[in-house]
Design a protein around this ligand. Structure first.
Ligand code: SAM
Length: 311
């Protein structure tokens, strides 16, 4: 338990999808000049060194290179433009920002754009939770100059303690490591409880897409992936819950590769409960961009789907 280290994955295709989507959601939330609540239930350590993890560095760097070409033709989707602007200074120092720094920098960016509204942005209620002791210590250090509150606490427990929040508009990012198979069902249960208390909350839930089988590195035999199919089951459970509660549910998934025995996580997805108005077209632009610049080989598994229409 708690053996997951995000440093080995920082800046990979899943982080790009997750972090660029969160930038898009924050831009949508800030379209109204009103403060909001933000909670990152599994915040990580704040920032990651990517020296020595060249494959991750490569993903983010490729986005940057692609951005320069696209910028000339003025085709860069807003979500990517914001995301790239934020990660660029970190990459130049061989590091990659985690979700708390991405969100903090995005709020600063939005605050600068909407200068007269700066005090409104400062009055946002911003909360972060991280359970791993050393990751939490680093998180506290990284976030000390910001208005974020850091909690050394179980993220799903905190979610239920803080809902319904004040102010009532807001976004929750749920990005677990899914180390235990039981985490999927626990997440469904906790979010379902929180949503019942806070029907208009925006919940953004990241999940991995796992190949059904993998090659065992020691025995070189093809074995079943134990957690294969659990994300898909979770998506079905959330679809039922959203339909029952009458809230909208959107699913964006990006498959970097086709599933194969050589790759554990071939892609990932984000479920968005109560998606903001017009976010669909922004995310469509993001997905097309990722498919064009990050996809390796052929597959048609990436998709944006409305699982339950917004009321
Ligand atoms: N959200 C981060 C980002 O995008 O940069 C990455 C988070 S990482 C995938 C998952 C984190 O959750 C790890 O740092 C792990 O220590 C932490 N964690 C595991 N179980 C937790 C729990 N029950 N509550 C809060 N954090 C937990």
């Amino acid at each position: 338990l708690l053996s997951y280290e995000h440093a080995f994955h920082a800046g990979n295709h899943a982080d790009v999808l997750k972090h660029a989507s969160v930038c898009a959601l924050l831009r949508a939330l800030s379209s109204k000049p009103k403060p909001f609540f933000y909670l990152d239930t599994h915040a990580g350590s704040g920032c990651y060194e990517i020296e020595g993890h060249s494959h991750h560095d490569d993903v983010a760097a490729r986005l940057l290179t692609a951005q320069d070409g696209a910028a000339i033709s003025n085709l860069l989707p807003t979500a990517i433009a914001d995301y790239v602007q934020i990660i660029k200074p970190y990459l130049s120092k061989a590091s990659y920002p985690g979700s708390p720094l991405i969100v903090s920098d995005m709020l600063e960016l939005l605050g600068q754009e909407k200068a007269p509204l700066c005090d409104i942005f400062l009055s946002n209620n911003l909360q972060l939770s991280e359970l791993h002791p050393s990751a939490f210590a680093l998180l506290k250090q990284w976030m000390s100059p910001t208005p974020f509150h850091c909690h050394h606490r179980d993220g799903l427990e905190l979610l239920n303690a803080l809902t319904p929040p004040k102010p009532k508009r807001g976004l929750v990012l749920i990005d677990p490591a899914y180390e235990q198979a039981s985490e999927y069902a626990q997440l469904v249960d906790s979010v379902s409880k929180a949503l019942t208390k806070w029907r208009n909350g925006i919940f953004c839930i990241w999940y991995p897409l796992l190949s059904p089988q993998r090659l065992d590195r020691v025995t070189h035999e093809v074995v079943d992936t134990p957690k294969h199919g659990l994300s898909e089951k979770m998506v079905t459970a959330f679809t039922d819950i959203a339909a029952r509660l009458g809230v909208g549910l959107l699913d964006i998934r990006f498959a970097q590769q086709a599933p194969s025995t050589n790759i554990g996580m071939y892609g990932s997805g984000m479920l968005i409960i109560n998606p903001p108005y017009q976010i669909q077209s922004t995310l469509q632009g993001l997905l097309q961009y990722l498919q064009k610049h990050l996809k390796q080989g052929e597959n048609n598994l990436s998709a944006l789907s409305i699982l339950v229409p917004s009321p």
